[in-house]
Design a protein around this ligand. Structure first.
Ligand code: ATP
Ligand code: MG
Ligand code: MG
Length: 561
């Protein structure tokens, strides 16, 4: 159990508990089902569900809801809603009660709107979008009152009911709050709370042709659910006066406290569903769960563990200051959790054939090796030696650089869990490329140091006949620049981030892997010794017949500049 790191939100909650304002916490994670969740959402999930878990651990009856903010029917789908539920579960969290939907509250929201009309606090407006912008004014310039602002309560009620009944064309009327067209806060200048839109809704079908706006829906949904602390990202700070205004002017007892924190921005990645959607729809990636995507499902397919993502979220911290995080922090957290979790085997990704000239079947021995140096409970397997082996091309240099501890012509190296070998001859093809090394083993070195000399280098290897072939997908960063969506062209306009895609972000090789991985189920994580962490692909790997691994992360930080 990781210790709870405090932050300003937890301090605010602690104060509310100490003062007796609340006896427990009720938080919520409120995604719009208009895309797959990304790493930024993961931060919000860890925050909201983390609060529930921690306060429950202190003996409070704390809860966390999952609520879909489904007020934009055209952009939302069942597929997205299902993927979001799957992702929250996979991260290791359980929401309380049923999944909630803002659309469950459409009737109540409508009734509160009638209440506001009855109090003279809302009116039906007929300005179109363009006129509305013009009347709204701008920072520093007060807006103008709508010519429809002074309609009578009766007229407004009749019109709003007619809006609901479908008597008007899409976009021809809106319901607006009557607040203050001169407010320095533009959100308070008579915001629209209902619009007419004949769109099929994933939950309510065609029951409604008017839909409530986010700002109006969110605060009331929070209050109906008895949320104590409504945590959202900083761009909603300017909406808080509206959140409070709505709850102050309707008959509802609960008034959750909105608290804002900064949005996570991950360098070399995009954290916007809309932009990620563009990559998917333009076919730049294989789907929302492409292992290069910073989506929860992409990170999962890449082999990141829920524990790694949770550790990352904790390290990002919660504050109101900029939260720009390097990709290396995410990879570091993932690597740290996999280090203890993943069994280790050997694999060769870029093979050179090695022939052991003095290998004697039945005489030359082999050893068994533990799957993890610190976890004997992971078990052991035999690491069989044979006359023909593969080693990685990187581990041989004909002309070694200074300090070289791997194999070279005339030099010695230890095969991990096996003998010390010496390279006696290098065989090349017509192009001068090394195709085979003829080596000899020192029979006195199985599990023992060689006599009279030191051999420092240890390399990984596999036996040709005992290993199995596997497709290994090597992933690299998806973009070549830190902020692909923030690069401006000469005209000052943002450039399309698609042009900063890394053309080398994906490559496939055929590797030779120890046969121990043969039966692994999809989503089994391994460390390939000296190479990094790899996972059997969730979709394409078939145990025993078609082995497919994704490289999750290397053993060392490759992002250092
Ligand atoms: P996007 O622009 O990617 O669609 P969003 O904020 O519109 O993001 P929602 O589905 O409304 O997406 O988000 C659900 C919750 O996740 C919200 O409370 C939101 O504040 C939070 N969230 C979204 N992105 C981030 C982020 N980058 N960092 C932290 N929290 C985030
Ligand atoms: Mg949103
Ligand atoms: Mg959004």
């Amino acid at each position: 159990n990781t210790p709870v790191v405090s932050n300003f939100i937890r301090s605010a909650i602690d104060a509310d508990l100490a003062s007796g304002k609340h006896q427990r916490t009720v938080t919520r994670f409120p995604p719009e089902p208009n895309g797959y969740l990304h790493v930024g959402h993961a931060k919000s999930i860890c925050l909201n569900f983390g609060i529930k878990e921690d306060y429950k651990a202190r003996g409070l009856a704390s809860e966390c809801n999952l609520r879909f903010d489904d007020t934009n029917p055209e952009k939302e789908s069942e597929e997205y809603a299902l993927s979001i539920q799957e992702d929250v579960h996979w991260l290791g969290y359980e929401w309380d009660g049923q999944v909630r939907w803002a659309s469950d509250y459409f009737e109540q929201l409508y009734q509160y709107a009638e209440e506001l009309i009855g109090k003279g606090l809302a009116y039906v407006c007929e300005l179109n979008g363009e006129q509305m912008r013009e009347y709204r004014g701008d920072f520093g310039t007060p807006g103008k009152n709508s010519p429809f602002r002074e309609r009578s309560v009766e007229e407004n009620l009749a019109l709003f009911r007619a809006m609901r009944a479908g008597e008007f064309a899409d976009g021809s009327k809106t319901l607006r709050l009557k607040i203050d067209m001169a407010s320095p806060n533009l959100n308070m200048r008579d915001p629209v709370i209902y619009r007419i839109r004949r769109a099929h809704h994933i939950r309510t079908g065609d029951a409604w042709c008017i839909y409530p706006m986010y700002d109006y829906t969110h605060c009331i949904s929070d209050a109906l659910e008895g949320i104590t602390h409504s945590l959202c990202t900083l761009e909603f700070a300017d909406h808080r006066p509206l959140y409070d205004w709505v709850l102050d002017h309707i008959s509802i007892d609960c008034h959750p406290q909105q608290i804002e924190f900064s949005r996570l921005e991950l360098l070399y990645a995009l954290t916007s569903k809309r932009k990620l959607n563009q990559l998917v729809s333009e076919g730049k990636v294989s789907g929302w769960d492409d292992p290069r995507m910073p989506t929860v499902s992409g990170m999962r397919r890449r082999g990141y563990s829920p524990a790694g993502i949770r550790l990352f979220a904790e390290r990002c911290g919660i504050s109101k200051s900029e939260n720009v995080i390097d990709y290396a922090v995410l990879e570091g957290a993932v690597r740290e959790t996999l280090e203890a979790e993943a069994p280790r085997v050997m694999a060769v990704l870029d093979p050179i054939k090695v022939t052991l000239s003095n290998f004697e079947p039945g005489v030359s021995g082999s050893r068994s090796a533990p799957f993890h140096p610190h976890h004997p409970e992971f078990g052991e397997r035999e690491v069989p030696l044979a006359a023909t082996l593969y080693i990685d091309r990187d581990d041989f240099a004909e002309v070694p650089p200074p300090g070289w501890q791997r194999l070279t012509l005339g030099g010695e190296v230890r095969l991990r869990y096996s003998y010390v070998i010496k390279c006696d001859e290098v065989i090349k093809d017509a192009d001068g490329r090394v195709v085979e090394l003829i080596c000899s083993l020192d029979p006195a070195t199985l599990g023992q140091n060689p006599v009279g000399r030191k051999v420092k280098g240890v390399i990984h290897w596999v036996s040709a006949e005992h290993s199995v072939a596997a497709e290994v997908r090597l992933y690299d960063r998806l973009f070549t620049v830190e902020r692909p969506d923030a690069v401006r062209g000469e005209d000052g306009q943002y450039l399309d981030f698609v042009q900063f895609l890394n053309p080398e972000s994906f490559k496939t090789v055929t590797a030779h892997v120890e046969a121990a991985v043969q039966g692994a189920a999809p989503e089994t994580r391994y460390q390939f010794e000296r190479l990094g962490y790899f996972v059997t692909d969730r979709r394409d790997h078939v145990p025993g017949s078609k082995l497919v691994f994704n490289r999750t992360v290397g053993l060392k930080d490759s992002w250092a500049k």
